[in-house]
Design a protein around this ligand. Structure first.
Ligand code: ATP
Length: 270
């Protein structure tokens, strides 16, 4: 179960240059995670504690996982990813044991970045019903917090969590000494979308008529993940038309297809 539940990447290849439209978030992540790993003495000299845990929050597909991977790359740390939903297990004590395994593994592989996606799965506001399942999830969360308490003795380990459901979070996990550094990762603005499109089309052979800024204009509300599929889909249209260069019309066709797919998503088949 341990191997299945965790993803271990000893040398992630994502860099900050692969992330579009998140300059201030990159700066914040560097200060909160990279500096404590690479320059711990600065914090000693100034006499402050570095943040214990960083929480990235924002809509799905906006680059939260990329940010965590890029810090791991930059600090030559092992990237260990676990989904919060994997920590919700059937048997009593199983979730807590997975948390212990996670931190043990990080200690063996340090420097390491632990990334827990969908932290809301184990850290949601308690609902009215105090079912036994709730109590078990609570225990898993307590185990995570207690592992974070022991951080001083653990060496070079950082923890980053992410959620799309910030409003649902139990505020107790945001106290000092827990996830005490919040970084919002929003949907990209115009400029951000241009940058993301530039990143995802840099390996593509584009016709001169392709204007990324104009595309950014017409893709308001698209996330980074959606802009990536848009670019791939545009390439598919060019291939279908037996061309080696991707034109503006391919992006327009791709946009129509994606919007259509979106509209039918979740519609039951008659
Ligand atoms: P989720 O909450 O669903 O896990 P996420 O915020 O962690 O989403 P990522 O997994 O980082 O999103 O992004 C998914 C993919 O979308 C990335 O691998 C990347 O190709 C693309 N992408 C997302 N955001 C950006 C961005 N800001 N710049 C460039 N590419 C992006």
């Amino acid at each position: 179960a341990r191997a299945q539940a965790m993803e271990i990447d000893s040398s992630p290849s994502v860099t900050y240059a692969d992330i579009g439209g998140l300059d201030s978030q990159i700066t914040e992540v560097r200060e909160a995670v990279e500096d404590p790993l690479t320059n711990p003495e600065v914090f000693d000299t100034v006499g402050i504690e570095p943040p214990t845990g960083v929480l990235l929050h924002g809509p799905p597909g906006t680059g939260k996982t990329m940010l965590a991977r890029a810090v791991a790359n930059q600090t030559d740390a092992t990237f260990i990813k676990m989904a919060g939903s994997e920590l919700v297990q059937k048997f009593i004590g199983e979730g807590a044991r997975l948390v212990r395994d996670l931190f043990e593994l990080a200690e063996e592989r340090q420097p390491a970045i632990i990334f827990i996606d969908e932290i809301d799965a184990i850290a949601s506001k308690r609902t009215e019903s105090k079912t036994s399942g709730d109590a078990e999830v609570q225990r898993t969360m307590m185990q995570l917090l207690s592992e974070m308490d022991g951080f001083d003795q653990r060496g070079d380990i950082s923890i980053i969590a992410a959620t799309n459901r910030f409003d649902m979070l139990d505020r107790a996990i945001l106290r000092p000494g827990r996830f005490d550094r919040l970084i919002e990762v929003p949907e990209p603005n115009d400029e951000g979308r241009t940058e993301i499109l530039r990143i995802h089309t840099r390996e593509m052979s584009l016709d001169d008529d392709v204007e990324l800024a104009a595309l950014a204009d017409t893709t308001e509300g698209y996330t980074g993940a959606e802009l990536e599929s848009l670019s791939t889909e545009a390439g598919m249209f060019a291939i279908r038309d037996d061309r080696t260069q991707v034109r503006m019309v391919d992006f327009e066709d791709a946009m129509e297809k994606i919007d259509r797919d979106d509209d039918t998503a979740g519609t039951p088949i008659a």
